[in-house]
Ligand binder design. Structure first.
Ligand code: SAM
Length: 295
């Protein structure tokens, strides 16, 4: 397995929160501190030089811009929620993608953000207050009743479940288990990834089960096929039974899924050896069923 190049060699990305500031004003303000360019692919994304540290910048502190990577920012754009829609962010903390959804929806509509972990719910609350999003559910996404009337208008679901993080962290399990052999470490890694994949699959099936959902994005920051293509492949028959098919997020993006099934070219991968993190995105879209008009 290849792991990413050191973070320090990558450019830094900044996502402008268009609910609070327009992109030209953000460029102007950040330009006082560093060189700023627009990203050529992701809307509202700015690129700043490698070593720029903007953590304490006033625009970061007040939520006008988010220090969110380019690959991570491609996820909400792939979901493409419309202003006025009801949208569910299934595994939401720390809330970067929730805030991004709110901006894409121009603050109109409703976002329900679900998070299991109590501590992380607090962080989610802070991001949401900064961004202008709303409606947090502290609970297990798997336990949400898809048939509950409160979800009867959910048209899009962003599912970014817990994953191994192998596209981001250069640290391997070796550091945690220094006295074990490489075989033991690989076995432990593979057990963990399998367990994660079982949860990811369950969560994806659940997301596809919401009654009027039209678009579901599944994303991970993992490079493992087990958490990515294999999860998608395993749900395809179920998805097809509900009229979902894979669509192609960012069709101009050259790096697609590992070709382990027909249709994997719809999937999107970013490479941790490029100037980004290792992300995976799959987009399911429900086909419209033509209603027969009976005269
Ligand atoms: N989407 C987030 C963002 O962009 O800021 C990152 C999400 S992180 C990869 C996965 C999150 O899912 C974690 O905060 C984890 O606590 C939460 N989670 C894990 N299992 C869950 C479940 N069954 N229901 C709801 N949230 C869950």
């Amino acid at each position: 397995l290849k792991y990413q190049t050191p973070v320090s060699s990558k450019p830094r990305y900044v996502r402008v929160n268009t609910l609070k500031m327009d992109i030209e004003s953000a460029m102007h303000e950040l330009g006082k501190a560093t060189t700023v360019m627009k990203d050529d692919l992701v809307p509202d994304m700015l690129v700043v030089p490698t070593r720029t540290d903007l953590h304490d910048h006033p625009l970061v502190m007040n939520g006008s811009v988010f220090l969110q990577g380019k690959a991570s920012s491609m996820v909400a754009v792939a979901l493409c929620p419309k202003p006025g829609w009801q949208v569910l962010d299934a595994c939401a903390a720390p809330g970067n993608k929730t805030a991004h959804l709110a901006a894409l929806m121009r603050g109109r509509g409703k976002i329900i953000a679900c998070e299991l972990n109590e501590e992380r719910v607090k962080v989610l609350g802070t991001s949401i207050t900064k961004s202008g999003a709303h409606n947090i559910i502290h609970g297990d996404f798997l336990n949400l009743d898809a048939k509950d009337p409160k979800f009867s208008k959910v048209r899009a679901i962003l599912l970014d479940p817990s994953c191994s993080g192998s596209g981001i962290s250069a640290e391997r399990l070796d550091n945690l288990l220094p006295s074990y052999s490489q075989d033991d470490i690989d076995a432990a890694n593979s057990q963990r990834v399998k367990k994660l994949a079982a949860f990811q699959r369950k969560a994806l099936v659940h997301a596809l089960s919401f009654p009027v959902v039209e678009r579901v994005v599944y994303s991970t920051c993992s490079i493992h096929q087990t958490e990515n293509e294999d999860v998608i492949k395993s749900v395809l028959p179920f998805a097809a039974s509900l009229n979902f098919e894979l669509a192609t997020p960012f069709p101009q993006w050259p790096h697609r899924g590992i070709p382990v099934f027909e249709g994997s070219e719809h999937l999107l991968r970013t490479d941790p050896t490029e100037d980004m993190e290792g992300f995976f995105i799959a987009l399911f879209v429900r086909k419209r069923v033509k209603k027969k008009i009976i005269r």
